[in-house]
Design a protein around this ligand. Structure first.
Ligand SMILES: [Zn+2]
Ligand SMILES: [Zn+2]
Length: 139
């Protein structure tokens, strides 16, 4: 007796069987719960006995809803935190006499401006370009 597919309920024959998450699946039925991308034993992520792709695995589900205001806020917060770290690293490096061209406070400020702008929306793209032009003129 062949087992039933956990997805479609039809019989799974050995040649098309994927045994994962304590269940049996047709190869074609073993796909991500969210985007339906076909998965295999190597790239699936199991959650709640269901297969997900790397992007839609529930523990990293913030990638699905990355554009909600709350997530943008969190993202900016963590960017700010990493800015603080950059600055600290920079100050420490400066103290030791190193010069880090790409991590000067000015470059960080520009980078952060660009990140914020790219977070907002398309009409500001012109501003983004202008910032780049200013960088070029400044050099
Ligand atoms: Zn099936
Ligand atoms: Zn997916």
């Amino acid at each position: 007796m062949n087992p039933q597919c956990a997805r479609c309920g039809k019989i799974v024959y050995p040649t098309e069987k994927v045994s994962c998450l304590d269940k049996n699946w047709h190869k074609g039925c073993f796909h991500c719960e969210v985007c339906k991308m076909t998965l295999n034993m190597k790239n699936y992520k199991g959650y709640d006995k269901k297969p997900y792709c790397n992007a839609h695995y529930p523990k990293t589900s913030f990638t699905i809803v990355a554009d909600t205001p709350e997530n943008l806020r969190l993202k900016q917060q963590s960017e700010l935190q990493s800015q603080v770290k950059y600055k600290k690293d920079f100050e420490e490096s400066k103290g030791r006499g190193f010069s880090i061209v790409s991590d000067t406070p000015e470059m960080q400020r520009l980078r952060r401006t660009q990140e914020q702008i790219s977070n907002v929306c398309l009409p500001l793209y012109v501003v983004y370009v202008d910032v780049n032009v200013m960088v070029l003129l400044g050099q």
